[in-house]
Design a protein around this ligand. Structure first.
Ligand SMILES: [Zn+2]
Length: 319
């Protein structure tokens, strides 16, 4: 049902990669679903509501994004409030995922140093990095997660977005965005901010769900990452272009296998099929494997970029 009030909550946005306002519709908005309710449960780290808004693809650069979408100020305020115990129940599994990623980050960075994790949620990655000798900290808009993580791990998590913080420019060796870029209202501004915070030659790490991956293409509208909290859907081409435009040289793009507990994964499957999810969870219960950590891959992609020098970026050249 469309109403005047409904339209005020939505905004039309241009392509944040190339600036064009010229697109094809990939998925139309779902009818009969609530799209104008702004509740804090929708914008949480473990948010898994089906995508209800319209997904479009820019005719000029092929970036896929939600348009029109909920107003940016409402999205950020949604992230700030609310509790997310479902997310923190998976901290152990997340810590294991991060250990292998840190091997690769340390190879790219050459040594440990100062690290900033943006949208760190409860700080599992900050803690994993600290345990390996990094001087690591994070920021997180959600008050509850920021406080929980700081207490649970004894780490520094500043509440708010990266734009709310007073970090010194050129002071970090590594900046990471784990499953964050697709949630932001202006990914280009976020990447530019990260670049400013990095030392010369510093490393940017982005992990995102790739809509061009074979599994996303096979699943189509049933792809698990097609959710209402994701505003941008990158593929290898558009993520590379976005990083190059914001002053990075892309060094690595590869599939990234993450870990979650089996029961949690099956409960997330409930969004796609409640009956199947209930059945499979009942099936595993007697075997005491509900809390087993299982690797899964549904298109998550790991990207390493290195900050280029300003002059070369202006000239559109790469080192
Ligand atoms: Zn575009």
């Amino acid at each position: 049902m469309e109403s005047a009030a409904h339209h005020k909550l939505l905004e039309h946005v241009p392509c944040f990669l190339c600036g064009a306002d010229d697109y094809d519709i990939i998925h139309r908005a779902r009818n009969g679903r609530e799209t104008d309710g702004v509740d804090s449960q929708r914008f949480r780290a473990s948010g898994d509501e089906l995508l209800v808004d319209q997904l479009v693809r820019c005719r000029h650069c092929a970036l896929q994004y939600v348009n029109p979408r909920l107003r940016g100020d409402l999205i950020l305020s949604g992230y700030t409030e609310g509790e997310d115990p479902a997310y923190v129940s998976q901290l152990k599994a997340r810590e294991r995922t991060f250990a292998s990623a840190l091997d690769e980050i340390e190879r790219a960075a050459g040594a440990t140093g100062r690290l900033l994790d943006i949208g760190t949620a409860a700080g599992a990655f900050v803690a994993a990095a600290r345990d390996r000798g990094w001087q690591a900290e994070g920021c997180e808009p959600n008050r509850w997660l920021a406080e929980y993580g700081a207490r649970h791990y004894g780490i520094c998590i500043r509440q708010g977005s990266v734009f709310d913080q007073q970090y010194e420019e050129g002071s970090f060796d590594v900046v990471t965005l784990w499953d964050v870029i697709e949630h932001t209202t202006d990914p280009r501004a976020v990447l530019e901010r990260c670049r400013a915070l990095l030392k010369p030659g510093g490393i940017l790490v982005v992990n995102y769900p790739d809509i061009g991956s074979w599994i996303a293409r096979v699943l189509g509208r049933r792809w698990l990452f097609l959710t209402s909290v994701h505003l941008y859907y990158f593929d290898r081409g558009t993520i590379r272009l976005m990083l190059e435009k914001t002053g990075y040289r892309v060094e690595t793009v590869r599939p990234h296998i993450q870990r979650l507990e089996l029961d949690y994964l099956l409960s997330r499957g409930a969004v796609r099929s409640r009956a199947l999810s209930r059945f499979s969870r009942a099936l595993i219960r007697p075997f005491r494997i509900a809390r087993a950590q299982v690797p899964y891959w549904l298109g998550q992609t790991f990207v390493v970029g290195r900050k280029t020098s300003g002059l070369l970026t202006v000239l559109g050249l790469e080192l």
